[in-house]
Design a protein around this ligand. Structure first.
Ligand code: AOF
Ligand code: ZN
Length: 313
C-alpha cells in the first residue's frame, strides 16, 4: 500500500518524537511512534526515552485504553518493530495483541536480532505494511545507530574552531580563545549528543581540557585521549587512555566498548590523521569573525571528500 499524505505527515511526527531521545538512548536507536484510529486521528504517541527502557511502540500502546472506541487501527513507527526478547518483550507481539491492522514504517532494522523478523511476524498476523516512508530522513536521524551496525565502527564527527582567515591558533604560544560564548554552548550541546569525545595527547598537554558539557544540560560523553607514544601519566581515572597505532584501530577500540559515536576535538595532528584515514562522517567548523593573520592553519579536507563541512558562525 502506497503512503498517503497523512502517512507522510505522521511519519514526520514520529521522527520529531524520536529526536526527543537524542543522547539518552545510545547505543540504541531514536524511535518515535504514533497510533491512530481508522480515520487517521491520533489516539496516542510515545518515544524511546532512555536506553534499556520501553521501546517507542510499547510506550504508545500502553497509553491506550484497550476497550476505548474508536479502536486503534494504524501504528506509525520509524524503525521496524522488534521481534526479540531484550530489555522488554517483542514490540511486534504487543502490536498484534492490541489489534493493530496496519503498520507504517520508515527504516528496516539492521540489528541482526531483528532484521526482517519483526515485519515477518506482523505479516503472518495479517497486518498490512507500508515501509520506507521518509527513509532518508530516518537514516539521517539514526545515522549513529546505522553507521555503528553497518560499518562496524562508531560514527565520527570532526570538530574544530577557526578564525575568519582559517587559523586554529595564533603563532604566539599564549593560549587564545576563538569561539564566542554561544559557540561554546553549541559545542557543549554537541558533546552531550555523542558517546565519546576524543583528543590527542598534545592537546591534553597544552590545554588540560575538562571535556565535560558544563555549559549545556545533558549526558556527559566518555573522555578519551589517544596517546600513541605513551606520554601521559596523570589522566583522570574515568578517562579512557588509548595507545592504538592507527585511526582504524582507535575506532575498533571504541567499538569494542560499545561506543556508538565520537566527536574528535583536536588537535590538528589528530584531525589530520582522521582526514587522511577517510574514517569520518561529519565535519563541524566553529568559525569566528577574528582575523589571526597567521599561525596554525586549520585542517583542509581533500577535494574528493564525500563530507561537506558544516560551518557555524
Ligand atoms: C530501542 N527502542 O524504541 C526500538 C528498538 O536493548 P533492547 O532490548 O531494548 O533492544 C534494542 C533493539 O531493539 C534495538 O537495537 C533495535 O534493533 C530494536 N528496536 N530499540 O531501544 C525502540 N523500537
Ligand atoms: Zn521493540
Amino acid at each position: 500500500m502506497q503512503p498517503s499524505s497523512t502517512d507522510i505527515q505522521l511519519m514526520h511526527r514520529c521522527l520529531r518524537l524520536a529526536a526527543s531521545g537524542l543522547g539518552r538512548t545510545r547505543p540504541n536507536p531514536l524511535v518515535g511512534c504514533v497510533v491512530t484510529d481508522a480515520r487517521g486521528h491520533i489516539l496516542s504517541e510515545g518515544f524511546h526515552q532512555e536506553y534499556g527502557h520501553n521501546h517507542a511502540e510499547r510506550n504508545a500502546l500502553l497509553r491506550l485504553n484497550p476497550t476505548a472506541t474508536p479502536p486503534p487501527h494504524t501504528l506509525y513507527v520509524n524503525l521496524e518493530p522488534c521481534s526479540h526478547y531484550g530489555h522488554t518483550p517483542p514490540c511486534a507481539d504487543l502490536i498484534i495483541e492490541r489489534g493493530i491492522r496496519r503498520v507504517v514504517c520508515c527504516n528496516d532494522d539492521p540489528n541482526p536480532l531483528v532484521a526482517g523478523r519483526g515485519f515477518a511476524k506482523l505479516e503472518a498476523a495479517g497486518i498490512s505494511l507500508t515501509r520506507h516512508v521518509l527513509e532518508a530522513e530516518g537514516r539521517t536521524l539514526n545515522r549513529r545507530f546505522f553507521t555503528f551496525i553497518e560499518r562496524q565502527r562508531p560514527y565520527v564527527i570532526l570538530k574544530w574552531a577557526e578564525s575568519a582567515d582559517g587559523y586554529m591558533a595564533p603563532a604566539s604560544p599564549t593560549p587564545y580563545w576563538l569561539s564566542s560564548p554561544s559557540q561554546n554552548r553549541l559545542n557543549h550541546r554537541w558533546r552531550t549528543e555523542e558517546a565519546a569525545i576524543l583528543i590527542g595527547s598534545a592537546t591534553y598537554l597544552a590545554d588540560r581540557p575538562q571535556l565535560t558539557p558544563r555549559h549545556f544540560l545533558g549526558p556527559a560523553p566518555l573522555p578519551v585521549v589517544l596517546d600513541r607514544r605513551g606520554r601521559l601519566a596523570d589522566l583522570p581515572a574515568h578517562w579512557l587512555h588509548l595507545h592504538t597505532p592507527t585511526i582504524a584501530d582507535t575506532l575498533q577500540a571504541l567499538r569494542q566498548r560499545n561506543i556508538q559515536s565520537v566527536i574528535v576535538e583536536g588537535g590538528r595532528q589528530l584531525l589530520d590523521a582522521f582526514i587522511a584515514s577517510g574514517l569520518y562522517d561529519e565535519v563541524r567548523i566553529l568559525r569566528s569573525p577574528t582575523l589571526l593573520g597567521g599561525g596554525l592553519p586549520a585542517p583542509i579536507l581533500p577535494r574528493d571528500s564525500l563530507v561537506q563541512p558544516l560551518i557555524f558562525h
